[in-house]
Ligand binder design. Structure first.
Ligand SMILES: O=P(O)(O)OC[C@H]1O[C@H](OP(=O)(O)OP(=O)(O)O)[C@H](O)[C@@H]1O
Ligand code: HPA
Length: 190
């Protein structure tokens, strides 16, 4: 059992998704955008984001294996499900739920860049820069958060909690499951 403390309420997340979508709509006006979600965590954010885009949108997904201790140092990430679309000459937006060490995105960015898209940008809802192991700055960034392990809105702990509409800090060692109202930590908006 886990204790959950609210970090970002549903309304706050939705307002941020609106804001990010507004910027993307402006930046890609008159263009067609291939939005690529990184499974599984990005599925909720991506579903909300694309419904607020009014540019021409095509969606695709990529699934990667999470690196273990062995690969963490090398940054090698295995692609479990590659894109169905060809991206050469197209405008691609990679969508993540969270950037932590940055290893997943760094690898994917390099891999996709080699396929020569017309442009390649990164959009993340959450960014934990304190944990970064590689140099990576997202083009669109929802919230910069402290080094908490968070769940909800697509993010999991042991595959659970992805369905929660808000984002919570999880206490992985506690005995009781609650959903407190306290906002933990100072939020810095990206
Ligand atoms: O910046 P990093 O340290 O690479 O961490 C970020 C990645 O970790 C999580 O995925 P995870 O591997 O847990 O898989 P999931 O998306 O299926 O939850 C998250 O969704 C990112 O893809
Ligand atoms: O805080 C997190 N929560 C869930 N998955 C994650 N993957 C990297 N960081 C996190």
């Amino acid at each position: 059992m886990h204790k959950l403390e609210i970090l970002l309420a549903e309304e706050k997340i939705q307002a941020k998704v609106d804001e990010l979508a507004g910027r993307i709509n402006q930046d890609y006006a008159e263009k067609e955008l291939l939005v690529v979600g990184i499974l599984r965590g990005a599925f909720v954010f991506m579903a909300d984001l694309v419904r607020k885009l009014d540019v021409s949108v095509i969606i695709d997904f990529v699934a990667v294996s999470s690196y273990g201790d062995e690969t963490a140092s090398s940054g090698v990430v295995r692609i479990l499900k590659d894109l169905d679309e060809t991206i050469t000459g197209r405008h691609v937006l990679l969508v993540e739920d969270i950037i932590d060490t940055g290893l997943t995105l760094k690898y994917l960015y390099k891999n996709l860049k080699a396929r020569r898209p017309a442009s390649l940008k990164v959009c993340t809802l959450l960014d934990k820069p304190d944990r970064r192991k590689v140099d990576l700055v997202p083009d669109y960034n929802g919230f910069i958060i402290p080094d908490y392990f968070v769940v909800g809105y697509g993010l999991d702990c042991g595959q659970r909690f992805r369905n929660l509409p808000g984002i919570y800090v999880i206490d992985q060692g506690s005995g009781k499951e609650t959903e407190g109202e306290e906002v933990k930590g100072e939020m810095i908006h990206g």
